[in-house]
Design a protein around this ligand. Structure first.
Ligand code: BG6
Length: 481
């Protein structure tokens, strides 16, 4: 006798990707350069991300993994067919901003770029896969950094809205779910990636970061307003990187430290869902010499245009304690090791219960539908002599997290979907590696860009399809954490 499904019939099940990590075709179809196209792989990468000012052009001596990525640009039919074979009902992708506005600030969009996404959406619809579209996923056009200094400049709101409006008008009949900014809170830890900011010479880095964050938040609210006007049936979501902080002990000061650290993330959710600057952040700004320039109607715009749903990535929980106050510019407390939690090969804590905890925290706070739009395990995979890839570690990770999603649904949390990062191996956003693999489909390509790009189904491919087909009743609930 089969078990009852754990997820509702309407639950959106699928995978998540970002254009710059899988499309390739960086100069095809009149595409302009984005910030990712100057992020090299290898030892120079960290230098670039911390001091981007010296790296804002393509150099002959460096390898840039986004340029060809996994060549989805030319192989999209094969890949979408494979997603269809896994019975996906949703695929989260992003539109590469510089494919539509190569320089970011043109008057008119690039028709060839728009036609490319017409083909992608049509192909998804052919397989009954609902596209979930991120408008900006770490891929601001490079020209907007060189000319205006990225999101610290208010002019980016105008550029972004033109881009968003173009997408809403063109795809309003094909796309229902939109996400304004990927992991918007990551601007506090990765200012170049998430805010297109070059902070090398800035004295008060936090001032610049939070001014840029304000611009992104206003852009997000204005895009929500536009979407509701252009496509009243469509839904706009914010997107947070949500790694809840635990206190290392029950010492009150440690609990307070964890709460303060969580506030740094909640700040972005609070503005998107409640529509105003929270009081704890006003204190944080005052104590850190941050004075935001706010235009006349900004606060009104934020108040009147809150999001329809909250999407978030969940990979891990963090732990902190009061004695570990950070002296860095971008954090309040440092992360410490949680003795109850193991880590991935890349040192990312693995905590399935943390996902149920996160879902409950967010739902208690905002009472809006929640969409898990990223969750997965980056690991090294090996091809067996018979050609199979037995990624049981990935299956266990996904299984255990999905079991906790089901628990949260039983708690009463309104979860509308889950898209695993990533349905196919892609370039890592953090490290630029190909060999930090998350995929359910293997891609023959290595960290230096060598390989045939051939696709190969992993064991997790078949496992995930069964989970989708059975509405989660095939999940194993007896795993120990
Ligand atoms: C999220 C990003 O932070 O994590 C993705 O939205 C990214 O773009 C994913 O790929 C996994 O991170 P990484 O660094 O392992 O690729």
């Amino acid at each position: 006798m089969p078990n009852d499904p754990l997820f509702p019939k309407t639950f959106l099940f699928g995978g998540a990707l970002a254009a710059n990590q899988y499309e390739g075709g960086f100069d095809k179809g009149n595409k302009g350069l984005s910030i990712v196209d100057v992020e090299p792989a290898g030892p120079e990468r960290n230098k670039m991300l911390t001091h981007p000012g010296e790296y804002l052009k393509v150099r002959d001596d460096l390898y840039y993994p986004s340029h060809r990525a996994i060549d989805f640009y030319d192989r999209y039919k094969e890949d979408i067919r494979l997603f269809g074979e896994m019975h996906f009902s949703a695929l989260r992708i992003s539109v590469a901003w510089s494919r539509i506005f190569p320089e970011g600030d043109e008057e008119n969009p690039n028709e060839e770029g728009l036609r490319y996404y017409d083909r992608i959406f049509d192909e998804l619809i052919k397989y009954n896969i609902e596209p979930i579209v991120t408008i900006s996923h770490y891929e601001t056009p490079l020209n907007l950094v060189k000319k205006y200094g990225g999101w610290k400049n208010r002019i980016l709101i105008k550029c972004y809205l033109k881009f968003a409006e173009t997408l809403f008008k063109r795809y309003r009949n094909k796309v229902k779910y939109w996400i304004s900014f990927n992991e918007i809170n990551c601007i506090t830890v990765s200012p170049f990636i998430a805010g297109a900011l070059v902070l090398d010479k800035e004295k008060n880095k936090m001032q610049v970061i939070y001014q840029a964050a304000h611009h992104e938040l206003v852009a997000s609210a204005k895009a929500t307003k536009l979407l509701h006007r252009i496509a009243p049936h469509a839904k706009m979501g914010c997107m947070l990187a949500f790694s809840p902080f635990y206190a290392r002990t029950c010492k009150p000061a440690d609990q307070m430290a964890a709460l303060q650290q969580n506030h740094i993330t909640f700040f972005f959710g609070d503005i998107h869902c409640r529509g105003y600057y929270p009081s704890y952040m006003k204190r944080f700004f005052a104590e850190n010499g941050i004075h935001l320039e706010v235009a006349d109607d900004d606060l009104q715009v934020l108040k009147e245009n809150t999001v329809d749903f909250i999407s978030f990535s969940y990979y891990m929980s963090y732990t902190t304690e009061a004695d570990k106050k950070s002296d860095q510019w971008n954090g309040v407390y440092l992360k410490v090791k949680n003795p109850y939690i193991k880590s991935s090969d890349w040192g990312w804590p693995i905590d399935p219960i943390g996902l149920r905890y996160a879902l409950n925290l967010l739902y208690d706070r905002y009472h809006k539908p929640l969409f898990i739009v990223e969750n997965g395990l980056g690991a090294r995979d090996e091809i067996e002599p018979d050609g199979s890839i037995n990624d049981d570690y990935r299956i266990k990770y996904l299984n255990d997290h999905l079991v906790q999603v089901a628990e949260a649904i039983k708690d009463g949390v309104n979860v509308i979907g889950y898209t695993a990062w990533s349905p196919i191996d892609v370039v890592s956003a953090g490290t630029g590696e190909m060999e930090k693999r998350y995929g359910l489909i293997y891609v023959d390509r290595d960290n230096q860009g060598k390989g045939t790009l051939e696709r190969r189904k992993k064991k997790s491919f078949y496992w995930y399809r069964e989970v989708i087909d059975t509405g989660g009743s095939s999940l194993k609930k007896d795993n120990n954490f």
